[in-house]
Ligand binder design. Sequence first.
Ligand SMILES: Cc1cc2nc3c(=O)[nH]c(=O)nc-3n(C[C@H](O)[C@H](O)[C@H](O)COP(=O)(O)OP(=O)(O)OC[C@H]3O[C@@H](n4cnc5c(N)ncnc54)[C@H](O)[C@@H]3O)c2cc1C
Length: 444
Amino acid sequence: MKLANGSTVAIVGGGPGGTLTAIFLLDLAQQLRRQLTVDIYEPKRYTCTGPTGCNMCGGVISESLIQMLATEGILLPDSVVIDTINAYILHTDFEAARIDAPRQEMRIATIFRGAGPKGSEHQQPLPWQSFDQYLLDMAIAKGARLREVSVSALRLEEGFPVLIAHDQPPLRYDLLVGAVGINQKKSLQLFEGLNFGYYRPKTTRAYVAELYYGVEQVQQRLGHAMHVFLLNIPHLKFAAITPKGHYATLVILGDQIDQEVVDRFFAAPEVQKCLPEGWSIPVKPCHCQPSIVIGPAKKPFTDRIVMVGDASVSRLYKDGIGSAYRMAKRLAYTALAHGVSGKDFQKYYWPVCRTLLWDNRLGHLLFAFDNLFRTVPLLRRGMMALLRRERCQAEGTACPLSSAFWNTFTGSASYWHIARELLHPMTIWKLLRELLLRNKTHSS
Ligand SMILES: Cc1cc2nc3c(=O)[nH]c(=O)nc-3n(C[C@H](O)[C@H](O)[C@H](O)COP(=O)(O)OP(=O)(O)OC[C@H]3O[C@@H](n4cnc5c(N)ncnc54)[C@H](O)[C@@H]3O)c2cc1C
């Protein structure tokens, strides 16, 4: 079962998982001198502002992903990169600590997935470009065909996937790629209904809002730093405000985030300091409550069908686009170099998903530790003291805690790498020393 000259591929979903798969398939096919027909099915218009054009995400791209994309010839233009971040500010209930990029060249990019937040259409022409549209245009430039319709039915005929979209006649393909993300339950049901054992990943509800500050207030209140909040609010695991030109993107992750958590977050004094002076929460900011992947899908492939991106697996709470990149690249290699049978995907594609899956298990463990720091004030004080001490150290001295935080927030490294930094005997010893010092100061 191979993708030969003249083979056809349907990609359902034109988010990063789908477009990167198309780009890698078409690039590799060209190198192998094979002619492929690649159809991307995507009804969303990324040129529209607000929810119509948006794939609901924080829009932070780690420096490692920027570099990996650059090696593929995918250079993000200035119009796509809205801001760059060179530091994190970690806010707790009693103080804040700054964590600078470990190296000068380490920069994180912030992007809009669609054309921008609801209401930004009043700025004409828009000063930025959609990240998803940029990837989609690149896939089209490489030869992919865009079908601006939603796929409404799938079936198998003589072992081949057949796809029905809107009013077009059923089409049979040699390979069907499910890149439908996690937010459209009906689309996930279409793949589950093919009965090859696929079952959607486990998810929870997150919260994203685009808050209008104006450029000056963004600079004044946030600068070029992402503001991360370690607050003791039930259900909240991670909350961050990220500068994005005129806007600040708020992301709240945790266990079924609801309006009560959001209200408690906004009311926290540490958060108020990062909002423009005299600012009150708009009645209806551009916001959404998307699902976020917290567990892997079951059996994301079979003969001639494979799932990619969020619909398969994603790195826990970070680097979803980077995960989609890794899977898309391996998928294209498997399909063209080896084949499109379930066995080929098991042997060559599954390892990349499995690595993410195992890493996420460690991620869950690290977030359990994070909970401990969030709820025990003494631990929090010790951690902040160590971060402060690392910042005062001479340049070139190892700063394992700052580095672990940097890697956690940026998504630049695996949880395995972060755990090695955090659980290094020297880091534990330094933290214990800070805790003892704090304890002494408190009791004297
Ligand atoms: C709150 C939150 C914050 C996040 N922040 C970040 C971050 O800062 N950085 C990061 O790297 N990742 C982040 N992520 C994760 C990231 O958004 C996802 O990992 C990424 O979007 C996955 O890409 P995808 O292509 O698999 O799915 P998606 O981006 O969801 O794309 C799926 C596409 O499929 C289309 N589709 C669905 N059904 C059909 C159908 N039947 N027919 C045709 N098309 C269909 C949809 O319209 C959509 O465009 C965040 C996620 C959440 C929830």
